[in-house]
Ligand binder design. Structure first.
Ligand code: ADP
Ligand code: MG
Length: 225
């Protein structure tokens, strides 16, 4: 489903070059549950951003469902991302002035889904995520765990093929974190491909496949069987 070949990303900081990714080769199949681990600064977010089309490599190939992503224009990438990819961040990235329901509705608006269908789909998802009582609340009126549930609802309302989560529990207490992980794992069991960055070994253990990064390289890739 995802094929990365010899991917490099070099950031220029003043006169210096920082290697975000070095010669990364990676293949991920449909429905996999992958944890990306490694120390801070090892390139985990850079890799996830590449897969999520939030950033472009300086060299190398990226195929998503056999389509060459590096050939797409920014506009085409945005369109592709909107329909195929869900992204969840450590700090939620919700729109502060919008209610919970409006945040969840946003991708449907951007995709031009008509109002009646939008409202129906949002109501269904808000209910499924246990957020009915909070639908009209703004993010600052919600707990961290509730915010992350809104973010997951927003990330999945377009039925993406892949869900990318960058330290999704990094800003949550343990209980809310486990709740979020269980939601993500249920979505994975329902068929979505799940790639999660974490530096929590206990969470990493739960994934069916663990990728370890050091200094922009993949240094190990182990699948549990
Ligand atoms: P991780 O998520 O594993 O902590 P990152 O992928 O964020 O690591 O960063 C990998 C390396 O690339 C680090 O050295 C970081 O400082 C650098 N880096 C990441 N993004 C940028 C950027 N936009 N500009 C400059 N350097 C960056
Ligand atoms: Mg990171």
């Amino acid at each position: 489903m995802i094929v990365l070949e010899q991917l490099n990303r070099i950031f220029k900081v003043g006169d210096e070059q920082v290697h975000g990714l070095r010669q990364v080769d990676l293949t991920i199949g449909k429905g996999e549950y992958v944890a990306i681990m490694g120390p801070s600064g090892s390139g985990k977010s850079t890799l996830l951003n590449m897969i999520g089309l939030l950033d472009r490599p300086d060299s190398g190939n990226y195929f998503f469902e056999n389509e060459d992503m590096t050939r797409l224009s920014d506009h085409q990438q945005a369109e592709f991302r909107r329909h195929k990819i869900g992204f969840i961040f450590q700090f939620f990235h919700l729109v502060p002035r919008m209610s919970c329901a409006e945040n969840v509705e946003l991708p449907l608006m951007l995709a031009g889904v008509e109002r009646k269908e939008r409202k129906e789909r949002v109501a269904r998802v808000v209910k499924a995520f246990g957020l009915e009582q909070r639908a009209n609340h703004r993010p600052d009126q919600l707990s961290g765990g509730q915010r992350q549930r809104v973010a997951i609802a927003r990330a999945t309302i377009m039925n993406p093929h892949i869900l990318l989560a960058d330290e999704p529990t990094g800003n949550l207490d343990r209980n809310s974190g486990m709740e979020v992980i269980e939601i993500l794992e249920q979505l994975n069991r329902d068929g979505i491909t799940l790639i999660m960055v974490t530096h929590d070994p206990e969470l990493g253990e739960r994934a069916a496949r663990r990728i370890h990064m050091v200094d922009g390289r993949i240094v190990s890739d182990t699948a549990l069987k």
